[in-house]
Design a protein around this ligand. Structure first.
Ligand code: IPE
Ligand code: IPE
Ligand code: MG
Length: 261
């Protein structure tokens, strides 16, 4: 499939071993802290260090897109002191990591209901995205105040508005047209979803985009997520056979065609 298909899954046949897009549900900060009799916020602080490790390792490996689930629409309902600690941490890191992002030619992007963010966080995010917009090595996509259902509903709202205004004909609404209304339509679907901390659920993350992603679960709590554990997840991914609903033989044929093209 061509790049112009936006969010649609690529068969990724030419380079199956290395994911082009990795999405991570960074989970387990609270349990990490609890096990050490520390406040939950300490888990989030240590979690930020794991973010840096994974970001640096991803650029080194040549991953083109990395999407990190930092804060969900449901997380707004956590105790207000935890929410405000998290917002302070976002603010601090958005301000302190700009140089590192630029140094590695990383472009920061964000998906989610950003209007709900406190003004200082929203403006720090805006500043960081502007400062890094020339980055070409990797797009680092922060899913913040993000909910998969909300993303789909907001896309539906935009489609409905276009139909109402006469700009869009109902018959031309298909998967490609719909996906152009999602938060980041130019980014291909994740090839790999990693979730840490031994939880086996999607938790409202990228509901549309994960349709054909490979899922690798890591038992490690996010603050302990090391380069080695990251490599183990990537090795597990490399052993997977992605078929996108086709037969094994069809997929092999597709790969041969893509290689000779
Ligand atoms: C993930 O860690 C970070 C956020 C959701 C913001 P948690 O805070 O969910 O940690 P656990 O799941 O309670 O251990
Ligand atoms: C998902 O983790 C959200 C993030 C990692 C930001 P949660 O900890 O909020 O998910 P549940 O509640 O265990 O499903
Ligand atoms: Mg959790």
């Amino acid at each position: 499939m061509s790049e112009s298909n936006g969010n649609h899954s690529s068969t990724n046949g030419s380079s199956p071993a290395l994911p082009r897009h990795i999405a991570i549900i960074m989970d387990g900060n609270g349990r990490w802290a609890k096990r050490r009799f520390l406040p939950r916020v300490e888990g989030h602080r240590q979690g930020a260090k794991a973010v840096r490790r994974v970001v640096e390792e991803s650029v080194r490996l040549g991953i083109r897109y990395l999407t990190l689930f930092a804060f969900s629409t449901e997380n707004w309902r956590r105790p207000s002191d935890e929410v405000s600690s998290l917002m302070k941490l976002f603010l601090m890191h958005l301000e302190s990591e700009v140089d590192l992002l630029k140094e590695h030619s990383i472009r920061l992007r964000a998906i989610g209901d950003l209007e709900r963010l406190p003004a200082p966080v929203a403006s720090a995010l805006e500043r960081c995205m502007t400062a890094t917009q020339e980055g070409t090595a990797m797009d680092l996509v922060l899913a913040i105040s993000y909910g998969g259902r909300e993303e789909i509903v907001s896309a539906a709202r935009r489609i409905a508005a276009e139909v109402k205004s006469g700009a869009l004909d109902i018959q031309s609404i298909d998967e490609v047209a719909f996906s152009t209304k999602l938060y980041a339509p130019d980014i291909p679907d994740p090839d790999l979803l990693i979730r840490t901390s031994d939880e086996n659920r999607i938790s409202n993350f990228l509901l549309w985009q994960l349709a054909y992603s490979e899922i690798v679960l890591s038992p490690v709590l996010w603050p302990d997520f090391s380069k080695e554990e990251y490599m183990r997840c990537l090795e597990e991914y490399a052993r997977r056979e992605r078929r996108f609903g086709l037969t094994r033989e069809q997929m092999l044929e597709l790969r041969t065609l893509e290689r000779s093209a």
